[in-house]
Design a protein around this ligand. Structure first.
Ligand code: FAD
Ligand code: 2HG
Ligand code: ZN
Length: 474
């Protein structure tokens, strides 16, 4: 890191930073700052005495220009829902909040694009698309508060990635403010544009270390005319992988959701999640939430019924129920989206957001579960996730009655055991949440050294003074 970098802005610079956004949008009081210094699970506590809330791309540019000239560090923040600590100012850095950049600039139904500013909350983008008869398919449990800027900067995945792609695949164009305050205008709606290097993707997944995304053009899709949602009990992850392949081969619609959940996490959801009820009468070791979408308005339900009946005959499915109403569909998804918060009342949870080839998911889960329980007897793996993307949230809850801090103190030790198994299957230690602070030390152990060197070169070229989100990712 650059030696001359100031983590906290120098006191004499404060008025100059404040002047850019005006007093009203420069937050200095501790009470308003407090929720921006801590992340949802309380794993990280940061500190800062200034948060700037620019209202335009020009204001973002002026802030970065001054920060760069004065070598002042800046931590970008959207909805503060990130799970790897990337949005937290750890050393008094200035917080650059993008939430006032909240305009939906255009919905172009004919081109199937939506142009939004970085601070637009994901759910608002979804609703704007829906109002124009289109679908914006990115969907996360945090969609009521995360922002498009955060989604692109973390290259978020979520439950729709199986059919529609991860955030990167949904980006058509971007507007980015560079570390020195220059604005790169690539807000095109073009699918085809071979005018040299495709620079937009450098900023997607960069977690605010290479530039500030201020706006984006995103892909829209036709809204499906029929959607069926089933909650399925099954014997094993191996059955789930077979079921996924069967669904993709057999149903004429598209499999737009396929979420795997262990019974353990369902227990947490029923115990701690507001409004959750078990959709099936008996208990099963594993569950899948299946969503199938079609452009045909008739016949999908019958197809899903036949497909599930076949799957029962083949021993892949033990029991299943297809949502009979929109309310029931919502209840199934509500339960899925509560899975992050229902882990909290069970004490400490050591997380692994990992991916392996889809075919390796069953062996990975079996081996990682056995290894973690051998390391900490009584610990409770509660894996769930986007199995169609090979992305498992291999989360481990503390043994019942154990000391939370003592359990969490073993975070790295547990990670090492699980990551070793991930690597054995040629997987990734960060599937969709990013690196942030949490996985910075692990990244250097697993990334190809040439790729890592190139990442450092990019960082030096785009941010020579190291002002953008220092200490994150690299
Ligand atoms: P923040 O948390 O504010 O920031 C995230 C990172 O992006 C930080 O490094 C920050 O510095 C940077 N950043 C933010 N805005 C900008 C910008 N405009 N320009 C440059 N850098 C910026 N993630 C998934 O991938 N899939 C899921 O299914 C999923 N489900 C979740 C469910 C719950 C309940 C919760 C709490 C989180 C979940 N997440 C999931 C993680 C999180 O919601 C995503 O990472 C989300 O994309 C972060 O958006 P945000 O606006 O909150 O960003
Ligand atoms: C999800 O899929 C999120 O619900 C969060 O990515 C997962 O809590 C988690 O680890
Ligand atoms: Zn996820």
């Amino acid at each position: 890191m650059n030696d001359q970098l100031r983590r906290a802005p120098a006191p004499d610079l404060l008025p100059r930073f404040v002047q850019i956004v005006g007093d009203k949008y420069a937050v200095t009081d501790a009470q308003t700052l407090a929720p921006h210094l801590i992340e949802g699970r309380g794993l990280y506590q940061g500190r800062s005495s200034l948060m700037l809330r620019p209202g335009s791309t020009q204001e973002v540019a002026a802030i970065l220009k001054l920060a760069n000239e004065t070598k002042t560090a800046v931590v970008p923040q959207g909805g503060n829902t990130g799970l790897v600590g990337g949005q937290i100012p750890f050393d008094g850095e200035l917080i650059l909040s993008l939430t006032r950049l909240d305009k939906i600039r255009e919905v172009d139904a004919a081109s199937n694009t939506i142009t939004v500013e970085a601070g637009v909350v994901l759910q608002r983008a979804q609703q704007a698309a829906e109002a124009a008869g289109r679908l914006f398919p990115l969907s996360l449990g945090s969609e009521g508060s995360c922002t498009i800027g955060g989604n692109l900067s973390t290259n978020a995945g979520g439950t729709g990635a199986l059919a529609y792609g991860i955030a990167r695949e949904l980006v058509v164009g971007v507007e980015v403010v560079l570390a020195d305050g220059r604005v790169m205008h690539l807000l095109r709606k073009l699918k085809k544009d071979n005018t040299g290097y495709d620079l937009r993707h450098i900023f997607v997944g960069a977690e605010g270390t290479l530039g500030i995304i201020t706006a984006a053009v995103l892909k829209l899709f036709p809204r499906p005319r029929a959607v069926e949602t089933a909650f399925i009990g099954l014997p094993s992850p191996a059955a789930a992988v077979k079921l996924l392949n069967l669904a993709q081969a057999r149903v004429s619609g598209t499999v737009t959701g396929f979420e795997l959940m262990a019974r353990g996490i369902i227990d947490f959801a029923l115990k701690h999640g507001h409004g959750n009820r078990d959709p099936l009468a008996g208990q099963h070791a594993w569950y899948v939430l299946l969503e199938v979408s079609s452009q045909q308005d008739k016949g999908l339900r019958e197809e899903v019924e036949h497909f599930l009946a076949d799957a029962v005959e083949q021993g892949l499915v033990e029991d299943a129920t297809i949502a009979a109403s929109l309310d029931q569909t919502k209840a199934f998804w509500h339960m899925r989206h509560t899975l992050t918060e229902v882990q909290k009342p069970e004490g400490g949870s050591i997380k692994h957001d990992v991916s392996v080839p889809v075919a390796a998911v069953p062996d990975f889960i079996a081996e990682a579960s056995a290894a973690v329980i051998a390391l900490i007897p009584g610990s409770r793996p509660v894996p769930f996730g986007h199995v169609g993307d090979g992305n498992i949230h291999f989360n481990v809850s503390q043994p019942i009655g154990a000391d939370k801090d003592a359990f969490l103190a073993r975070w790295v030790e547990v990670n090492n055991v699980v990551d070793k198994i991930v690597l054995k299957y040629h997987g990734s230690i960060s599937a969709e949440h990013g690196i942030g602070t949490l996985k910075r030390d692990s990244l250097v152990k697993v990334k190809d050294p040439v790729a890592l060197a190139l990442m450092r070169d990019f960082k030096k070229m785009l941010d020579p003074n190291g002002i953008l989100n220092p200490g994150k990712v690299l």
